[in-house]
Design a protein around this ligand. Structure first.
Ligand code: GLY
Length: 392
C-alpha cells in the first residue's frame, strides 16, 4: 500500500482522546433519538439534517438498528438494547410478510440488525429472521451468470445485473453457513464475489457501479451506473463499497489476490481525495468544484481499512491503521454532528443520489445525513476504541 500522498502525510492521525470525545458525542446523538425512533424507523436521509420517521420498508432500516446495537455495546445501557430488540421483532415480521424483500439489500438490512442481535444477545427471534433473510437472498443467485441479482424481479431480463454495493450483503450468507453448517450460502457468496471482482474493477482500479450480463448465456455485457456521474466515472461511494467489500471477502477467504485488489482499489480512492480529504460524491469532481461531498463514502472506506487491519499483522496492520486514523480525523472535525440541536443524525454532508445527464437517478439526500453514513461513522468509532466483533 502506497501512502506517499502528500496531503495524507501532512494530516495527523486522530488521537485516542479525540476518538473518546467523538464517541461520547455520537452516543449522545443516538440517545437523543429515543424513545421516538424505537417503534419507528428513520427515513433514508435527513431533511435539513433532521430525520423524520419511516416504516420498516426501505433498504436502509438495518443501519439505524445497527447504530442502536453499537450504542448498547459501547455503554451497556438497557435503553439501547430494548429499542434495538423492538426493531428486531419488526425485522422478523418484515421477512415473514416479505415486505420489500425482493432485493439484494437483505444483508444491509439483516446483518446490523438481526445478526448483530444474535451475536450480542443470543436471541432466537433474531437468528430466525436473519436465516430467513439469508434464504431469500440466496434465491437471487443466477447460476448462468454466477451472481446475485441486485434489484427487481428475477424474471426481468432488464434487471440481469449485479452492483458493487452487494459485496456488503455477502457476510449474511457466510454467517448463515457458519450457523447452519450448510456450505451452500458461503458457496454462493464466494461465486458472486469472484464474478463481481472480475467485472466491476477496471484496469486503473476504479470501479463500475453496476454490471449487466447476457440473460441467455450469462456472459458479462457492460458496466453502467445508477448513482455515479456516468458509466465510466468512479462513483466515490461505489469505490468505498469496493474497499470495504473486498476487505470482508478477504476475511472470509484470505486469498492474497484479494488483498492485492484491496490495496489497488483503496489507493484509487486515496489518490482521488481532495485537499480536505472529504470525497466529492463522484471522483469526476475535484478541488474547485461546487459539487457536494459524500462524507458517507469516507466513513465506509475507513471501516474497510480497519477491517483489513484486523485481518493482517505487523507492519501491514500498522499501515492500514495509520491510514484509517488519518482519514477519520477530518470526518470528525468537518462532518460529525456536534449536538442534537444541530441534527438528529451523526454524519453531516452525505449524498444519496445526484442526477446527471448520464445516470438514471434523481436529486435527493444532498448535503444531508444518511443512515449508512451515520452507522459506519459509529462503527469506525467503535472499532477505534475497543475490540469489536463485527456484525458483517
Ligand atoms: N446501496 C445504495 C447506495 O449506496 O446508495
Amino acid at each position: 500500500m502506497k501512502i506517499e500522498q502528500k496531503h495524507l502525510q501532512e494530516i495527523p492521525e486522530i488521537t485516542d482522546a479525540k476518538v473518546q470525545e467523538a464517541l461520547a458525542v455520537a452516543l449522545g446523538q443516538t440517545r437523543s433519538c429515543l424513545p421516538k425512533f424505537s417503534s419507528e424507523f428513520k427515513h433514508i436521509f435527513s431533511n435539513h439534517n433532521f430525520y423524520t420517521t419511516a416504516p420498516n420498508n426501505q433498504w436502509t432500516n438495518g443501519f439505524w438498528t445497527g447504530e442502536l446495537w453499537l450504542a448498547y455495546e459501547n455503554t451497556g445501557d438497557e435503553v439501547f438494547r430494548k429499542a434495538a430488540m423492538e426493531q428486531v421483532k419488526s425485522f422478523l415480521n418484515r421477512i415473514e410478510q416479505e415486505i420489500e424483500t425482493d432485493t439484494h439489500d437483505l444483508g444491509f438490512l439483516y446483518s446490523p440488525s438481526c445478526v448483530a442481535a444474535w451475536k450480542i444477545t443470543g436471541d432466537d427471534t433474531a437468528k430466525k429472521a436473519a436465516l430467513m433473510a439469508a434464504d431469500k437472498l440466496a434465491e437471487r443467485f443466477h447460476k448462468k451468470g454466477q451472481f446475485l441479482q441486485a434489484w427487481g424481479s428475477l424474471e426481468d431480463k432488464n434487471n440481469y445485473r449485479l452492483i458493487i454495493d452487494c459485496l456488503l450483503n455477502l457476510p449474511l450468507l457466510y454467517w448463515a453457513s457458519e450457523e447452519t453448517g450448510n456450505p451452500k450460502y458461503a458457496d454462493l457468496a464466494k461465486a458472486h464475489f469472484e464474478t463481481a471482482l472480475k467485472v466491476v474493477i477496471r484496469p486503473d482500479y476504479s470501479t463500475y457501479h453496476t454490471y449487466y450480463f447476457d440473460p441467455e448465456t450469462g456472459e458479462p455485457l457492460r458496466g453502467v451506473t445508477h448513482q455515479g456521474y456516468s458509466a465510466q466515472s468512479a462513483w466515490s461511494r461505489g469505490q468505498s463499497w469496493g474497499v470495504y467489500g473486498i476487505a470482508l471477502g478477504y476475511r472470509y477467504n484470505p486469498n492474497p489476490r484479494y488483498k492485492e485488489l484491496f490495496d489497488h482499489v483503496t489507493e484509487y480512492f486515496l489518490e482521488h481525495l481532495p485537499e480536505n480529504l472529504i470525497p466529492y460524491w463522484d471522483f469526476t469532481f475535484t478541488d474547485g468544484s461546487d459539487e457536494p461531498r459524500d462524507s458517507s463514502a469516507l466513513a465506509v472506506t475507513v471501516c474497510g481499512l480497519l477491517e483489513m487491519a484486523d485481518c493482517v499483522t505487523g507492519k501491514e496492520r500498522q499501515t492500514y491503521l495509520h491510514l484509517a486514523r488519518c482519514l477519520f480525523r477530518p470526518l470528525v472535525d468537518l462532518c460529525a454532528a456536534k449536538s442534537p440541536r444541530e441534527s438528529n443524525g451523526q454524519l453531516l454532508h452525505g449524498v444519496y443520489g445526484r442526477k446527471t445527464p448520464y445516470n438514471d437517478c434523481i436529486d435527493h439526500g444532498i448535503d444531508e445525513c444518511n443512515l449508512w453514513g451515520d452507522y459506519y461513522y459509529m462503527e469506525a468509532l467503535t472499532r477505534l476504541s475497543r475490540k469489536w466483533n463485527p456484525y458483517w
